[in-house]
Design a binder for this molecule. Structure first.
Ligand SMILES: [Zn+2]
Length: 424
């Protein structure tokens, strides 16, 4: 993710805050409209219709009219995308944005001259109604910027993130197929036998996070202390998220370069995460176990890895049914729940083949088998196939160290510059 610290002047900051307020206001209008929908009231207005409604609102409200139409239209667009993700059942329903918590807006139709370099350290970006705002060029800015997003975090820092869809990486043409299993013991296992771990916070920082969270629970609402603790927690979490994004970029680039076809499980991750909480009418079953499993999934950033792979290796990513991949023997094809000796170990009850459990699943995924069960349990694989994940202290960067050992990637030049996420 190409994100940079923005350094607005006080006057510019006021303009940015107003953009945030407009974006939040428009987003919340969309949320309200969706919330008021009842069966039989006809179709919800979509993007075009809402933009027309926005023009009317701007004509009525001098406060809105004063703002940027791009900022406001993009808030409608963002909400539209969020609803599409909700209907695709990959994300939760978009909810209200709160002042001080969800501050940000997006600028599109960026022209090539709208981002310019000042010197080795600094660059500036043109924001409508705020002018040129400086930012620290902590890494090269992607060349072909189409849009960017400005955000204010809870620690009071402004950021700009440039979106550029990563270029497709040409297939190596070696005919090789890889299967990846999203594991919990490790973040991902490859059918080649490699196991990869997404970076997590160091032990020291994890302990600090727990201490801070305890402090937060005791701090009085609205107190200065509470605000301070919250900012510190946000900082630690941001550090972990950054490291994970970085890991995801390197992993997807490496796989797209090495293999012609990449097979992954067809999972609706958002669904799994949501199902743990259950709904009011139907509270979740085994909430505790699933919550544990889901922590592992969310932490491994699996969704990010797959969407990145689809961009870097377009048409080369195949989703296969995840049914029984963890119970099937990759050597003889025998399916038996008992073969899964433990979270980490697979030993076939028929042929005795033994393997890392996640690697065994990855080999099944690579084969792309539509496995059917023998023995009569015709249900899809249960959600809690890994009942209690063991969260191992992961290597700082599983893939890099691994690739380094294999000698396929050099630390200095083997890694592509990190592109931004599209639509961010
Ligand atoms: Zn076997």
């Amino acid at each position: 993710m190409s994100r940079y610290r923005l350094a607005p002047s006080p006057a510019q900051e006021a303009a940015l805050r107003e953009h945030c307020a407009h974006a939040r206001f428009v987003w919340n209008l969309c949320v309200e409209q969706e919330a008021e929908w009842r069966p039989g009231r006809g179709k919800m207005p979509r993007f075009t219709e809402r933009c027309r409604q926005l023009s009317e609102a701007r004509a009525d409200s001098p406060w809105l009219a004063r703002g940027s139409v791009i900022v406001q239209q993009q808030a409608v667009r963002d909400h539209d995308k969020a609803m599409a993700a909700f209907f695709a059942r990959t994300h939760r329903r978009p909810s209200w944005r709160k002042a001080g918590r969800d501050e940000g807006f997006r600028i599109v139709a960026v022209k090539s001259g709208d981002v310019r370099r000042l010197n080795r350290r600094a660059a500036e970006v043109r924001v409508p109604k705020a002018g040129w705002i400086r930012f620290r060029q902590s890494r090269p800015v992607p060349g072909d910027v189409k849009s960017f997003r400005v955000t204010l975090d809870q620690a009071g820092r402004w950021h700009v993130a440039f979106a550029a869809i990563p270029e497709a990486i040409p297939a190596p043409g070696n005919g090789e197929v890889i299967g990846i299993d999203r594991g919990v013991v490790v973040s991902a296992a490859l059918s080649t036998g490699e196991t990869l771990s997404a970076p997590r916070l160091s032990h020291g920082r994890q302990a600090r996070l727990v201490r801070l969270q305890r402090k937060l629970a005791h701090a009085r609402k609205g107190s200065n202390r509470r605000g301070k603790v919250k900012r510190l927690i946000a900082k630690l979490k941001a550090r972990e998220a950054d490291a994970r994004k970085d890991w995801c970029e390197k992993l997807s680039t490496d796989l797209a370069r090495r293999f012609d076809v990449i097979r992954v499980e067809d999972l609706k991750i958002g669904n799994m995460i949501r199902s743990a909480h259950g709904t009011v009418e139907q509270p979740g079953k085994n909430v505790r176990q699933k919550a544990g499993l889901n922590r592992g999934i969310a932490a491994s950033g699996w969704g990010q890895v797959v969407s990145r792979l689809e961009q870097k290796a377009p048409g080369r990513v195949e989703k296969v049914s995840p049914a029984y991949t963890s119970q099937r023997c990759s050597a003889c094809g025998h399916v038996d729940r008992q073969s899964r000796e433990s979270q980490a170990r697979f030993r076939c009850t028929a042929c005795g083949f033994a393997c890392h459990a996640d690697v065994n699943a990855a080999i099944n995924i690579a084969a792309g088998h539509a496995v059917t069960a023998r023995g009569g349990f015709g249900l899809p694989r249960p959600l809690n196939r890994e009942p209690q994940p063991v969260l191992l202290p992961a290597a700082r960067n599983g893939l890099e160290s691994l690739a380094f050992r294999r000698g396929t990637m050099s630390r200095s030049d083997g890694i592509l510059p990190v592109p931004g996420r599209p639509g961010e």
